[in-house]
Write a protein that binds this ligand. Structure first.
Ligand code: 5RP
Length: 217
């Protein structure tokens, strides 16, 4: 089974969490693209979606699913999104696709975070995948120096402007043993918009595509 087939299996498995008449929180990435394909089969039964990126919005609208502004909804039943890494406590690194800020907003609005992954994303300790941090452009160098003080090795993501007009620093060489604490520390640095650690609001359900089918935890 290829990695993409495992992503597809996880994406389609998330369909069972979608309730009729609801507005669905939709994340970003190649695994979520499979979920969007699956959601098309239910498009007459849902009210619409709140999306975490311009890319997902375009994909949803193309198949006729109405996309609501996040300000129009008080809460969402579910948010379905992928991850770059996830540990046994369901803390995640996200933001490989640079959509971390809107992802965090839609996740915060949602009662249940359903994380869809292939079996390469599970790790014991977060940090092998460089941690994305979205920063205000004028704060780039300051934030980078602060991240070095926290033990990381930040690299500017060349050619990447987020949907919010900001830039991304990818922080290498971190061994994240206390994800909540690090999330709080990085959030407190002036100029940081969002850190791609999703620990204070982690996943509630994980659907992992494996060669033996989808494993739920
Ligand atoms: C985008 C994300 C994605 O969820 C993450 O990068 C996983 O992507 P994929 O499903 O393509 O492996 O956080 O910002």
């Amino acid at each position: 089974m290829t990695q993409d087939e495992m992503k597809k299996a996880a994406g389609w498995a998330a369909l069972e969490y979608v309730t009729k008449g609801s507005i669905v929180g939709v994340g970003t990435g190649s695994t979520v693209n499979h979920f969007i394909d699956a959601l098309e089969t239910m498009k007459e039964q849902i009210k619409g979606a709140v999306s975490s990126s311009v890319a997902s919005t375009e994909r949803l609208e193309k198949i006729g699913i109405q996309v609501f502004d996040a300000n129009e909804v008080a809460s969402l039943d579910i948010y379905v999104d992928g991850a770059d890494e996830i540990n046994p406590g369901n803390d995640m690194i996200k933001g490989g696709g640079a959509a971390l800020t809107r992802e965090k907003i839609v996740a915060a609005l949602s009662d249940k975070f359903i994380c869809i992954i292939d079996d390469t994303k599970k790790v014991d300790v977060l940090g092998q995948f460089p941690l994305p941090v979205e920063v205000i452009p004028m704060a780039r160098s300051y934030v980078a120096r602060e991240l070095v003080k926290l033990g990381g090795d930040p690299c500017y993501r060349e050619g990447c402007t987020t949907d919010n007009g900001n830039m991304i620093l990818d922080v290498h060489n971190l061994q994240i043993t206390n994800a909540k604490e690090l999330e709080d520390k990085i959030n407190a640095i002036a100029g940081v918009v969002t850190v791609g650690l999703f620990a204070n609001r982690g996943a509630d359900v994980v659907l992992e595509g494996t060669p033996n089918g989808v494993v739920k935890s």
